[in-house]
Design a binder for this molecule. Structure first.
Ligand code: GLU
Length: 400
């Protein structure tokens, strides 16, 4: 067998992608599985966006584009940043990639050297640390525990910043916890970051549209304008417009970083899919009225799932303010044995046994850096969620 690259030895396969793939394969084999493992809205992409893509095909917009995106999309991105985030940026200071994930990858690869550190709050989205490792740098973790609503405190942030810190990754609303920082909380983190001019901020705002109740979305470049020149503000249409498969993410940030990202992109994917870019122009410039309808649906599902999980003995679930995830603790249930005879000592064993025995796919908390939990995505139909809650309750109640 060929020897693979040493860099691959530094990373694990993505757990969110892996478990979702496993669930899809089980369904193909005829198994009855409810997959609540992927962070993916269950709504169809809105019709006007699909039509824009069809028009683009018919008009022959099927060729290579500018590396960092067509000018129409960069204009739409700049307009979006001004409209929603009060960020006044030029279209040339905007960059488009194949999904938010590629934007993060490009940004880290374009900026990190060996010895550099990247501060990542725990729990984190699975791919942040491994992307840092791929770039040859070192992830440094700061615990955002349940007591603080899974939000990082300014004190904890300051404790882990060193001379080597190149980036601080901030993701609000958060994957996997749904924790959402208020403008005031961002200001407090910003006050710490002000003192460390070597630190850049990667603000992953992909769940911006999914904030519930009286809470309001805020982004750090808006709240702390003095940090804007060292902040990369990242967003995309995947979660907001139910366009995960179209692969369009975008950002604005320091010009030299965007130039580095473009250099990298020119040697990898060349440009994001031309048809998807035209669809994204429509997504950003077209009607946005469905967003609030979807938000209401998600909020209702969140309330149903949180209540359903807290009704199960041994599960403890906070009510998150945003995104479409819950991240409950199952610590009390560890050490018990399932009906199928599995001794469950870890959260990973818990989710694997639940998938095998009761057909519900979740992601174990340790994949996000916090053991003793699982992540459930409630971006699924009410019927699926109700059935999943019944199955999770049956599984947990039968643990001996
Ligand atoms: N971001 C989503 C998730 O966490 C999609 C899968 C992925 O790329 O990780 O489930």
């Amino acid at each position: 067998m060929e020897k693979l690259a040493d860099t691959l030895g530094r990373i694990a396969p993505s757990a969110t992608v892996g478990i979702s793939q496993k669930a899809r394969e089980m369904v193909l084999q005829g198994r009855d599985v409810i997959a609540l493992s992927a962070g993916e809205p269950d709504f169809d992409t809105p019709e006007h966006i699909k039509q824009a893509a069809i028009r683009a095909i018919e008009m022959g917009k099927t060729k290579y584009t500018n590396v960092a995106g067509i000018s129409e999309l960069k204009d739409a991105v700049a307009a979006k940043f001004l409209r929603d985030n009060n960020l006044n940026v030029r279209a040339e200071a905007c960059f488009v990639g194949s999904g938010g994930k590629q934007i993060i990858f490009n940004a880290l690869m374009a900026t990190l050297n060996r010895g550099d550190e990247v501060v990542i709050p725990i729990p984190y989205w699975v791919s942040y640390p491994d992307m840092v490792r791929l770039a040859g740098a070192t992830p440094v973790f700061a615990h955002a525990d349940a007591q603080s609503g899974f939000k990082l405190t300014p004190e904890k942030l300051e404790r882990v910043i060193s001379k080597q810190t190149k980036w601080f990754i901030l993701n609000s609303p958060s994957n996997p916890t749904g924790a959402t920082y208020s403008a005031k909380e961002l200001e407090q983190l910003g006050a710490v970051l002000e003192r460390y001019p070597q630190v850049h901020i990667l603000s992953d705002d992909i769940y911006e549209q999914l904030v519930y109740g009286g809470n309001k979305f805020a982004t750090i470049a808006q709240v702390c304008p003095t940090l804007a020149s060292r902040t990369l503000t990242l967003n995309g249409v995947s979660k907001s417009h139910s366009m995960t498969g179209w692969r369009i993410g975008y950002c604005t940030g320091p010009e030299n970083i965007l130039l580095g990202m473009a250099k990298l992109q020119s040697q990898s994917t060349t440009n994001p899919c031309s048809i998807s870019q035209w669809a994204a122009v429509e997504a950003l410039n077209g009607a946005q009225d469905f967003l609030s309808e979807w938000r209401n649906v998600f909020q209702r599902r969140r309330d149903m799932v949180v209540a359903g999980l807290n009704d199960i003995e041994g599960i403890d679930c906070l009510t998150p303010d945003g995104a479409f995830y819950v991240f409950p603790s199952i610590e009390i249930l560890l050490g018990r044995t399932s009906v199928g005879g599995q001794l469950i000592t870890t959260d990973e064993e818990f989710v694997l046994a639940l998938l095998e025995e009761n057909g519900v796919a979740l992601v174990h908390g340790s994949a996000f850096g916090l053991a003793g939990h699982f992540r459930l995505s409630y971006a699924a139909s009410d019927a699926q969620l109700k059935e999943a809650l019944t199955r999770i309750a049956q599984f947990c109640d039968a643990l001996a």
